[in-house]
Design a protein around this ligand. Structure first.
Ligand code: AMP
Length: 187
């Protein structure tokens, strides 16, 4: 059971509607499961839709945003239950990392990939044993998984580390995984 779930997702508004529908379902599912959302604090793209959906379902939203983004008009989700303002992007990631019991990535761009890769690398190195989930809306992450396969085949990563994250078909699959997750024993 994960009390606080960190969700990484796209800040873009120029993406297919299916992704907004999934962000909304994810937000509702988090609130229904009584999980607090911690996320990048934006009202843009999937981030905004996700946070609104958590609130619509009576859940709690914690945003973590760097000063520079907070000061840009129309970026921050002003009605978050708590908004943590950090000096830098690096501090923002560290704050989200320390507050979260689990990490979920919906489809996203460079920012989302970077955030997810960091928590995956930290788990690979044994810094944490928290659950990690990629939500593979419409096969969005298939190409990334194929690239991971290349990494294993060419010896750049260990195949067993592919078990450090879960590839979910949709938010309900992701939530079921989080609810049943048992942390692996320390090596
Ligand atoms: P991207 O996938 O490149 O759209 O980046 C989204 C991720 O990076 C989110 O999970 C946020 O933590 C962070 N991020 C990028 N852009 C913004 C923004 N405009 N407002 C808040 N967070 C952002």
């Amino acid at each position: 059971m994960s009390d606080t779930v960190c969700v990484y997702c796209s800040s873009s508004d120029d993406i297919d509607d299916q992704h907004f529908a999934v962000a909304e379902t994810m937000g509702r599912a988090l609130a229904e499961g009584r999980h607090r959302l911690v996320y990048g604090g934006g009202q843009v793209g999937l981030m905004g839709r996700l946070a609104e959906a958590v609130h619509e379902q009576g859940g709690s939203v914690v945003g973590v945003i760097p000063e520079a983004l907070r000061d840009k008009e129309g970026v921050a989700y002003e009605v978050a239950d708590e908004m943590v303002v950090t000096g830098t992007m690096q501090e923002r990631k560290a704050e989200m990392y320390s507050r979260a019991d689990a990490f979920v990535a919906l489809p996203g761009g460079f920012g989302t990939l970077e955030e997810f890769m960091e928590v995956l690398t930290l788990k690979q190195l044994g810094y944490h044993r928290k659950p990690l989930v990629l939500v593979n809306t419409g096969g969005f992450y298939d190409a990334l998984i194929r690239f991971f396969e290349q990494l294993y085949e060419e010896g750049f990563a260990r195949r067993r580390h592919g078990g450090l994250y879960y590839l979910a078909n949709d938010p309900s699959d992701a939530m079921a995984y989080l609810d049943e997750y048992e942390a692996p024993q320390a090596a």
